[in-house]
Design a protein around this ligand. Structure first.
Ligand code: PMP
Ligand code: GLU
Length: 392
């Protein structure tokens, strides 16, 4: 028997996305006939608005079925630059925008072209679970910046400053945050910018994928507009998945300093080429249209987020500060003394509730529940959680 192929060290070290794994497992169990309530995936349950689908269909019929420019359709890159100017107050040329296969590829490409082995990524924790893996795939290590539930998981600028070393290359800001729902205030961004001004080697990437999903009373601020003097080292990542309910389209963007965006485009030219040609025309229709459909969905997420937090906070022993944005709640369930992985697997096995263990996001005291689900599913999920916890 020939020896089995060994995987590269990179592949051996890689953890597959647990959010996607759990969502897929919940789907599979349902197909097999089990009674499953899934509050796991960070995926809007709405269909992509019709005018966006129609624009892609028209592009398909019009023959946009061939290779296109690697960096994206020029019209879409222009429209993204115009959106950034109009909506976010950031002035960038269209050649500073790269259309990517979701926000994920924007982040992946950026990490690949900016980071070398030995570099450190500064990562506020809890964090979205793909950032550390992407850093490791680039050979970099991760310096966590832990935050506490009691303080609303806020990034402490003094803590950031103390964590910066000669090796620090890139700070990741994700506001609104997955999984905590924390939304950075303008003052908090200014304080971070003040720290970065003292450390010119440190770049920052702002993952703004939940830009449109802020709870009433909270507002999304774009770091690039708050600190325009740092433009030579600020990167913006965003996409269509959450705001426009376009997760499956795989459409996102990276924007920032031209030479880095060009390098990310070169990487794309040797890996995936252009994003699906006709999908880009759906994105173009979406981004150029008024935000009515985005707002209508955001309002529903507001109601669901409020429902999820109220119901969670009513469970004796759960600690939660209501999320300020995105579509997750990240309650502290440590009172029951079960590690989050065991707790989530028991929830799935014993009451058919799929949620994501906090350990995947760097906090084993918590679990993540998504409210990107119908209100009835949220109610059902909380009933199951409550039944399970009170039975312990
Ligand atoms: N960033 C964050 C914080 C996310 O939660 C996600 C998950 N969808 C992404 C980026 C990537 O989104 P996509 O690749 O679907 O655009
Ligand atoms: N970002 C979403 C989540 O956190 C989708 C899954 C993923 O891309 O990992 O659930």
């Amino acid at each position: 028997m020939p020896a089995p192929l060994t995987l590269s060290a990179r592949a051996q070290a890689l953890k597959p996305s647990l959010t996607l794994t759990i969502a897929a497992k919940a789907r599979q169990l349902r197909v097999e006939g089990h009674d499953i309530c899934s509050l796991s995936a960070g995926e809007p349950d709405f269909d992509t608005p019709a005018f966006i689908r129609q624009a892609a269909e028209a592009a398909l019929e019009a023959g946009h079925t061939r290779y296109g420019p690697v960096a994206g359709e020029p019209g879409l890159r222009q429209a993204i630059a115009a959106k950034l100017e109009r909506e976010n107050g950031v002035s960038l040329g269209f050649d500073q925008v790269l259309v990517t296969n979701g926000g994920k590829q924007a982040l992946y490409n950026l990490f690949q072209v900016l980071l070398d082995p030995g570099d450190e990524v500064l990562l506020p924790s809890p964090y979205w679970l793909s950032y550390p893996e992407m850093a490791h795939l680039a050979g970099a290590s991760v310096q966590l910046l832990p935050s506490e539930a009691e303080s609303g998981f806020r990034l402490d600028p003094a803590h950031l400053e103390a964590a910066i070393t000669q090796a620090s290359r890139l700070l990741v800001l994700n506001s609104p945050s997955n999984p905590t729902g924390m939304v950075m205030t303008r003052q908090e961004m200014e304080a971070v910018a003040e720290v970065l001004r003292r450390h010119p080697r440190v770049a920052v990437v702002c993952d703004e994928i939940y830009e449109f999903l802020t709870a009433p009373g909270h507002q999304h601020h774009c770091f690039a507009a708050v600190a325009p003097d740092l433009a030579d080292r600020v990167f913006l990542v965003n996409g269509f998945a959450k705001g426009w309910a376009m997760t499956g389209w795989r459409l996102g963007w990276l924007a920032g300093p031209k030479h880095v965006v060009a390098a990310a485009s070169a990487l794309q030219s040797q890996s995936t080429s252009n994003v699906c040609s006709f999908a880009q025309f759906g994105g173009l229709a979406a981004i150029e249209a008024p935000r009515d459909c985005v707002r209508a969905m955001a309002v529903q997420f507001d109601e669901r987020r409020a429902l999820l937090s109220e119901r969670l906070m009513a469970i004796e022993g759960i600690k939660l500060r209501p999320p300020e944005g995105a579509f997750y709640a990240f309650p502290d369930v440590s009172r029951w003394g079960i590690d989050s992985m065991t707790l989530c697997s028991r929830l799935l096995d014993e009451v058919g509730l799929a949620v994501v263990p906090g350990v995947a996001f760097g906090d084993d005291r918590c679990i993540r529940l998504s409210c990107a689900a119908a209100p009835a599913a949220i109610e059902d999920g909380i009933d199951r959680l409550s039944r399970f916890l009170t039975g312990l």
